[in-house]
Design a protein around this ligand. Structure first.
Ligand SMILES: [Zn+2]
Length: 545
């Protein structure tokens, strides 16, 4: 087993006993120290990595994040211009579209049409019916007031309710809120956040269950409920409800969704309700208990509604054929999303880090590989996704109708937000949380910007050796973050759900994340270069094995 105790705790997976902690002085294999001298990479990769320059990356970022591109919002001319930019640069680099062309084809051939649905004025209700003997009482919560129903055109989910406390299953600290409960085909009512007790206040558990962002906060709980067959989750939120529902979580005027709504099958519906809604569900006792229990006679019906309009967006795809006739039928797919948030209430969101940095890296990886005197054995597919910010629409569409077979996809590499390094404090906290015995040796002489935490598919251990080689060859210190990826926050998620081995390249959530402050000026250009080089080396090593 590759992952060690601390790492498992970080990831929230079942952990072995504490006695299996790493022996002192020897770092767990998932922590890779920076070498004083980078280990040489095989030629021609060594030369290709050295030839990648920060200036070219910065030029792409400056264009993509400029006001002219309007923040690259979905279904805007700005996003079309950015997609056209990617296609033209593939063409200029001599990279043909997929299916393989001659590299001089019309730009349109690079585009994969991706249908999207715009849902206007999304809303809905949550109706709680409580039967006691011959009497029935009904309470209806309205989305945007005391409930938040996820946007859908027309959807009704109804079922008997059951209360599963905080909805947490962990081995350390030990807790199983589902013990003795049958939630299959039922609506599971859960409390938000973490149970009382200091042992729950670790950084890892807080980020797993009590994150600021609602999707992050609920994802693990919804995933647990899903795995147990729940129909829907009603999440009861706390005192911050009023601020959230009138502030950053208020229902938008419109949203976009894909036509392949994978989440509809893969996830139960998550509805969030106010504390008052929670009392209506759980009964307003003097001190409502968090003890899981069945809720006899309580039925919950969720209705979602909105007006729908269809539109078409596009992924941009390039293809570099492998050099080995035996292996070129397999490919490494490397992707980055082009879209961002556009203008929100008239304010430009440039999205320099998110994700002009990843697109710039992918363009330079493509150009560099195309310029190589020898190509890797396997083929490489370059995918520039649409609609990541909305619901991973472009990548979800890809895996549902793969233009390149998933069974012939050696790995999917994702570049998203690669322009802000970790701070020293964040690295120190990670090492402390992980219980790394020789932390000083790991940190000695380490520039925080030389630290990267790639995420790797837990089910594809072979990726680890490749990442370690790529990290050592590009002079980086690494922490390998093994993860299932199925609740992940970027375009690797649809691939993870199809069990395609994936690697996630990501820097950090910097303070300007998803705000107007995500500008090219705020980016660390040398960080983009480090990540682009690491991703290039990883791509090559996976494609040339
Ligand atoms: Zn992003």
């Amino acid at each position: 087993m590759r992952a060690l105790l601390a790492l498992l705790l970080l990831l929230g997976a079942p952990a072995p006993a504490r006695g299996q902690a790493p022996s002192p002085g020897k770092p767990p294999s998932d922590f890779v120290r920076r070498e004083a001298e980078p280990a040489p990479l095989p030629e021609p990769l060594e030369g290709l990595v050295a030839g990648m320059k920060a200036g070219a990356l910065a030029t792409h970022v400056a264009f993509l994040a400029s006001p002219a591109l309007l923040g690259r919002g979905l279904d805007t001319p700005g996003l079309s211009a950015a997609a056209g930019y990617a296609a033209s640069h593939l063409s200029l680099a001599g990279i043909p579209p997929l299916p393989p062309g001659d590299g001089k084809g019309a730009l349109a051939a690079y585009f994969q049409a991706v249908p999207v649905r715009e849902i206007r004025e999304p809303g809905g209700t949550v109706t709680i019916e409580r039967r006691e003997g011959a009497t029935a009482t009904t309470r209806t919560l309205v989305s945007g007031v005391d409930a938040l129903v996820p946007p859908a055109t027309e959807r009704i989910v109804s079922g008997p309710a059951v209360f599963a406390g905080y909805g947490i299953r962990e081995t350390s600290p030990a807790r199983d809120d589902y013990r003795g409960l049958d939630v299959k085909g039922r609506v599971v009512v859960l409390l938000e956040g973490l149970p009382p007790g200091e042992e729950w206040r670790t950084k890892a558990l807080r980020s797993r269950y009590a994150a600021e962002d609602a999707e992050d906060r609920w994802a693990a709980k919804v995933e647990t409920a899903r795995s147990l067959g729940a129909l829907a989750v009603v999440g009861v939120e706390g005192v911050e409800w009023a601020a959230r529902v009138t502030g950053k979580d208020r229902p938008p005027a419109f949203v976009f969704r894909g036509v392949v709504d994978e989440s509809r099958e893969a996830e139960p519906l998550l509805v969030r309700v106010s504390p008052a809604g929670g009392q209506a569900l759980l009964g307003a006792g003097p001190a409502p208990s968090d003890q899981p229990r069945s809720l006899p006679g309580v039925t919950v019906t969720v209705r979602a509604q909105g007006r729908e309009r269809l539109a078409v967006s596009q992924n941009v795809v390039g293809f570099l054929e492998g050099s080995d006739p035996e292996r070129k039928g397999e490919a490494v797919v490397v992707g980055a999303h082009v879209d961002h948030l556009g203008r929100e209430e008239g304010v430009l969101h440039p999205g320099a880090d998110d994700n002009a940095s990843g697109v710039a890296s992918l363009l330079e990886i493509a150009r560099t590989l195309a310029s190589s005197p020898r190509r890797p054995k396997r083929s490489v597919v370059f995918a520039f996704w649409t609609g990541e910010e909305e619901d991973k629409i472009g990548s979800t569409f890809w895996v549902s109708r793969p233009p390149w077979p998933l069974s012939k996809t050696t790995a999917y590499l994702n570049l998203d937000m690669v322009g802000h390094p970790w701070t020293r404090k964040e690295i120190e906290d990670l090492l402390a949380d992980a219980g790394l015995p020789d932390r000083d040796a790991f940190l000695a002489g380490l520039d925080p910007a030389d630290f990267v935490e790639p995420g790797l598919a837990r089910y594809a251990p072979e990726l680890g050796d490749v990442l370690v080689r790529a990290g050592r060859g590009t002079g980086l210190a690494l922490h390998l973050d093994w993860t299932e990826g199925v609740t992940g926050g970027s375009d690797y998620r649809p691939f993870a759900r199809k069990r395609v081995p994936f690697v996630r390249f990501f820097g950090s959530f910097f303070p300007g994340y998803h705000g107007p402050e995500d500008t090219a000026e705020a980016l660390d250009a040398s960080q983009v270069l480090r990540m682009a080089r690491l991703a290039l080396a990883t791509t090559w090593l996976l494609a040339d094995r």
